[in-house]
Ligand binder design. Structure first.
Ligand code: AMP
Length: 114
């Protein structure tokens, strides 16, 4: 989608620190990390938020979950634990309107999130 920063990252038009890629998904390090490991997992196809995805066999979520599993193993945080976050809309704190999953790890997180 035009003027979407994450679409431009997926297309290689804007640089990113890539940690994982397959045909459906790209994962790269967050510019402003909130934890020792902070990686964004995005579908290459544009969806503004989780409200816009299909919930059938064409859903991007299984590929995103599979990427999270692989990345957590590769980053050495699968055993210690990690957090997956999908911010949605204004109250959810979503600032980039392209579906993305935050994978956060390498430290302990409190609950509820502030
Ligand atoms: P959210 O607030 O859930 O929409 O998260 C958007 C995230 O994207 C924030 O954590 C930003 O730091 C991150 N971000 C924005 N632009 C970039 C970029 N060009 N490369 C990497 N991360 C980015």
């Amino acid at each position: 989608m035009e003027n979407c920063i994450f679409c431009k990252i997926a297309a290689g038009e804007i640089p990113s620190t890539k940690v994982y890629e397959d045909d459906q998904v790209l994962a790269f390090r967050d510019l402003e990390p909130q934890a020792p490991v902070h990686i964004l997992i995005i579908p290459k196809k544009h969806y503004a938020s989780i409200l816009d995805i299909p919930c059938d066999a064409t859903s991007p979520l299984p590929a995103m979950a599979a990427a999270a599993q692989k990345i957590a193993q590769e980053q050495g945080i699968a055993q210690s634990g990690f957090r997956l976050v999908i911010n949605t809309g204004k109250d959810g704190g979503q600032s980039v309107p392209h579906l993305h999953m935050h994978l956060l790890g390498g430290r302990e997180f409190g609950w509820p999130a502030g």
